[in-house]
Design a protein around this ligand. Structure first.
Ligand code: ZN
Length: 663
């Protein structure tokens, strides 16, 4: 007779091992952090005794669930911004708030809050990716939950690193410190192909290989990502990553929604694991990953909740159920992802996808004691059919809920007993997290007060302090003015540029907010070809303009930012009350007139059909100087034969508005 520390008896045991053994009534003997014996109760009790036997009262005892992809500290951002597109959500809300609030304290609190939720939903292991991952690891360790912790590496400055070199060093130190830990597996996390450079991808892959740790990343999440990758590199995402040696490492690839058969085979042959995130993919409308085909081919696919800001919970029961439903719906095949396969993805195959299948994911002798006990007697699970022993899998996937989990053990230690958490104080966590919510609310309320602060929040805006003298007149013909510029002896042309201009003016009900102009310049070469495209965003602030020298305007403060996102992004982010779109052809002369530099713009409006305009502009740094230039501007207009009685003392969008009203 051998001795164990603890024996659980009278359980319905689902082992999730290779043969899907089940034992009823089953027993499991635990010694230290591992499983010493498992089988029918009579067989286990024949060989083992323990100081304590616990009667499971015919509840289900199964492996703990593996959350294969998440960002646990984001529990503190749960419900902050929803029903947005991925880019607006990420660049407009998550990243600005993260830059302001994410700290070691934030990360530890968020992780402990997440661990409380995950333990309650039967999760015994999660694969994370975030900033200050050291503190995710500490909080997971103190909560007793097994974790693969990936330190994020990005090409942008992040809350925990000023540069990618810094974050790579952090990742190296973190891996060295935690490698070999009993609960925590350190990892490196290049965020995604589009947020990393090829150099970063290669460096992170080399680091993962050097220390033999997993590399956790996001791959092929959206069709947009794949389209950009094809345009920029002439290949889809997986071959590009292979070219950067990524698959030399033990890869955990989150999403893989938009991949083809060849890419699936690359994942298979490289031994990469895939983390499927049905809630996140549905909520952000990313698409349905080809899970059925991946599993047919033999790729290890786990299920993840993704971060609680894009899900918004950490409930693996819900996630498994949705994985099955989404696969059936997207393949048009109700036999796709049957219940037992889905539970396998949530347990043993999930652990294999995370490259820790040797220690967890199924209940087998020698593996760690990571397991949960489920009460399948509540009404939503009833009744129970005995005819087919595999009914229990369907009961778990389609009927059971996280609230049916009564007990959770990780590494031989109870984290929840009879629905009471043993390592975490939920009341304290709720109080502290509410405090963060209050601060973040204030930050966003303040930011949303002005268009300017919203512009600054997404980064890159600079104030341009200069004044501008500007006069504009309607002209009957473009050619006459061009001839006049060329033949005028007092005008010397420094340069001529030709472009098609697309402008969108975003206006707000409160005129003191000014307006935001999104401008796309298409440079047109002499040959007529478009040689370059430039996008800019300008906040034309609270207007300080006044009619100056009759029809010459003195303009106002402006903020400029490169428009790195699409017009669609800015419309959804700034939420203007109106947007007016203009398309025109512009010839822009830079000239010298009486020792003063002027721009002469000759515009022909295509949309709306407003005709042609001549505009002269000069920049100045003082109002006194502006007076002199205003006089010159008037002279210049006259010398080009333009009639000042056709002057337009309004900006384009006001003219457009007038034309819309009059038509
Ligand atoms: Zn993610």
């Amino acid at each position: 007779m051998k001795t164990a520390d603890l024996i659980l008896i009278n359980a319905v045991i689902l082992t999730m091992d290779e043969e899907f053994h089940t034992y009823e009534p089953g027993a499991i003997a635990i010694s230290g952090n591992s499983i010493a014996a498992i089988g029918l109760e009579a067989d286990v009790l024949k060989d083992f005794s323990a100081p304590m036997n616990i009667n499971c009262n015919q509840k289900v005892l199964m492996p703990g669930l593996i959350n294969a992809h998440t960002h646990v500290p984001m529990t503190l951002l749960r419900g902050l911004a929803d029903d947005l597109r991925l880019d607006v959500w990420l660049m407009g809300y998550m990243m600005p708030v993260e830059r302001e609030f994410v700290s070691p304290d934030f990360v530890e609190l968020g992780t402990r809050l997440a661990c409380a939720e995950m333990i309650r939903s039967g999760i015994t292991c999660f694969a994370d990716m975030y900033y200050f991952e050291e503190h995710v690891a500490r909080a997971a360790e103190s909560s007793g939950v097994r974790a693969i912790c990936g330190q994020t590496v990005l090409k942008f400055p992040s809350p925990d690193a000023r540069s990618y070199e810094d974050s790579l060093e952090m990742a190296r130190d973190f891996i060295k410190k935690w490698k070999g830990h009993d609960l925590i597996v350190p990892a490196v996390s290049p965020h995604a192909p589009y947020t990393c450079t090829p150099e970063i991808l290669r460096a992170t892959a080399a680091l993962a290989v050097e220390y033999d740790v997993p590399l956790h990343t996001h791959l092929a999440e959206t069709a947009f990502e794949v389209e950009n990758m094809r345009n920029e590199n002439g290949m889809p995402v997986i071959p590009f990553m292979k070219k950067q040696n990524l698959f030399d490492a033990k890869v955990i690839a989150a999403h893989c929604v938009h991949i083809d058969e060849g890419e699936m085979r690359t994942l298979l042959h490289s031994g990469a694991g895939v983390a499927h995130n049905p809630s996140s993919n549905m909520k952000l409308a990313s698409g349905a990953a080809p899970v059925k085909r991946l599993i047919e081919l033999g790729v290890k696919v786990g299920i993840g909740t993704d971060g609680p800001a894009s899900n918004n919970d950490l409930d693996m029961f819900e996630e498994m159920r949705l994985a099955a439903f989404l696969s059936k719906l997207s393949s048009g095949d109700p036999t796709s992802l049957p219940a037992r396969t889905t539970l396998l993805m949530g347990t043993r195959m999930g652990a294999e996808a995370l490259h820790i299948g040797d220690i967890t994911g199924s209940l087998q002798v020698g593996k760690r004691a990571d397991m949960v006990i489920l009460d399948l007697t509540p009404v939503h699970n009833s009744p129970k059919f005995q005819r087919d022993p595999s009914n229990v899998y369907a009961q778990i996937i389609y009927s059971a809920k996280a609230s049916d989990v009564t007990d959770v053990m990780v590494n031989g230690r109870w984290l929840m007993q009879d629905k009471k958490l043993t390592t975490l104080k939920e009341d304290d966590l709720l109080f502290a997290s509410q405090d963060y919510a209050r601060k973040i609310d204030l930050f966003l309320i303040h930011r949303e007060q002005s268009v300017l602060s919203k512009l600054i929040a997404i980064g890159g805006a600079t104030e341009e302090e200069s004044f501008e003298v500007q006069a504009k007149v309607a002209i009957p013909s473009v050619d006459v003015i061009i001839e006049a510029i060329k033949s005028n002896k007092e005008i010397s042309i420094t340069r001529l540029r030709h472009y098609h201009q697309f402008d969108a003016y975003m206006q707000f009900d409160d005129p003191s907010q000014g307006y935001v102009r999104y401008r796309e310049d298409h440079f047109v070469a002499v040959s007529g070809e478009i040689t370059n495209v430039r996008n800019r965003l300008t906040l034309i602030g609270q207007t300080r303009e006044h009619p100056f020298k009759e029809d010459v305007l003195l303009s106002r403060s402006r903020y400029l930012a490169p428009a790195v996102q699409s017009l669609r992004f800015y419309k959804e982010y700034f939420k203007p009350q109106r947007t007016i779109e203009i398309e025109k052809d512009r010839k822009r002369y830079l000239v010298n007139y009486k020792d003063t530099e002027f721009f002469i713009n000759i515009d022909h409006f295509n949309v709306p059909k407003l005709g042609s305009f001549l505009e002269v502009k000069s920049r100045t740094w003082s109002e006194q100087d502006a007076e002199k230039k205003a006089q010159l501007a008037e002279d210049l207009l006259k010398s080009l034969g333009a009639s000042l009685k056709d002057a337009v003392s309004k900006d384009y969008f006001e003219m457009v508005e007038a034309s819309i009203k009059s038509s």
